[in-house]
Design a protein around this ligand. Structure first.
Ligand code: NAD
Length: 320
């Protein structure tokens, strides 16, 4: 039995406790940011408000503190949204470097110092603390995982042996794991698919969206290679796999649908999605300055058009 701490009690962090517990691990869930959510989970007998499910009896729920992090953990799972990585990073200062970390968060960050786009694992380890970080990505709707609907995921570490060790802790009959050593490719693919699912969602009909899906794939391959990941990673679970699930039913493709109907981003957000986090839009603001200045627009016309539409709050006009 291994001791696992999950940081982030949102939908994905909470859903991730199911396969870990089914593998007989001792699992603790904590929440660093949303005190209301934590209180709800503690007071309402573990009923999770966004998963709409009661979390397993064996799951321990504890308040977040720096003390909690320095207890002995075999694995710490980071499941906050991308904006939360900076906060988690501060608390990891005194972490034993041997502790395995696993990042579920999907996103990218523009590092103002180096003027480069960095991944979530690079942000967490910025200025070389040499933490022992793996990443887990792929197509996974948290509500389905919590209901044990068969899902596939990919775990990446440059040292694939570590990825496999973590796989043993998390894989279950309904949660299958694949492995990769292309950490950069996996992280970039899983983040930029949020932008392309908006592009696909903007299609006039299914026929148009399918053609946009096809063209998005080409651009993703180009971008992954630009960012020094492997082209073939885009064909895998973190690329095509995740692009499919986000395009058929996620908040990003919903936003894409509004953009396709002629709403500007801000208008659509205020009118229809006020309380929803649209991760693809947050990412667009983060990466636009780099992508629009440093990458040949002819190679990535869909990305360029979408970034311009969001960051300049203009109508989306895709020429295809
Ligand atoms: N790897 C996977 O298989 C997988 C699957 C689904 C989602 N995800 C990713 O997991 C992350 C969380 O997704 P979710 O569906 O649980 O979202 P959610 O909105 O349900 O939960 C967000 C979590 O982030 C925390 N958070 C938000 N803002 C914060 C801040 N400023 N500082 C610190 N913490 C903050 C919240 O308190 C909460 O714990 C996202 O990046 C998402 O893309 C990964």
């Amino acid at each position: 039995m291994k001791k696992v701490l999950i940081i982030g009690a949102g939908a994905m962090g909470a859903a991730f406790s199911f396969p870990l517990l089914d593998n007989n691990n001792k699992v603790t869930l904590t929440e660093p940011y949303n005190a209301k959510l934590l209180n709800k989970l503690l007071n309402k007998k573990k009923f999770h408000p966004s998963l709409k499910i009661t979390l397993p009896k064996k799951l321990l729920i504890r308040r977040f503190s720096s003390q909690l992090l320095i207890e002995k953990w075999d694995l710490i799972v980071v499941a906050v949204s991308s904006v939360g990585i900076e906060l988690v990073k501060k608390y990891l200062k005194n972490l034993n470097k041997q502790t395995y970390l696993l990042i579920l968060t999907k996103g990218l960050k523009f590092d103002r110092k180096t003027k480069k786009i960095i991944t979530m694992s690079e942000q967490l380890d910025l200025r070389n603390k040499k933490l022992n970080i793996s990443v887990l990505k792929g197509p996974c709707l948290a509500k389905e995982l919590a209901r044990k609907i068969k899902s596939y995921t990919v775990i990446a570490n440059k040292n694939i042996r570590i990825a496999r060790q973590i796989g043993k802790l998390v894989s279950a009959k309904y949660y299958k794991t694949e492995y990769s050593s292309d950490v950069r490719g996996i992280e970039f693919s899983s983040a930029i698919k949020n932008i392309y699912s908006m592009v696909i969602g903007s299609g006039e009909g299914n026929n148009t969206s399918s053609a946009l899906f096809r063209k998005s794939f080409d651009e993703m391959e180009y971008l992954i290679q630009h960012f020094k990941g492997k082209k073939e990673t885009v064909r895998g679970l973190a690329g095509l796999g995740d692009l499919y699930v986000s395009a058929v039913g996620g908040r990003n493709s919903k936003m894409g649908e509004y953009l396709g109907k002629g709403f500007s981003f801000k208008n659509a957000k205020n009118k229809f999605m006020t309380n929803d986090t649209v991760e693809g839009a947050d990412l667009a603001y983060e990466i636009a300055p780099y992508i629009l200045n440093k990458i040949n627009k002819k190679k990535i016309p869909l990305m360029t058009t979408l970034l311009n539409a969001i960051t300049k709050n203009k109508k989306l006009k895709i020429n295809y």
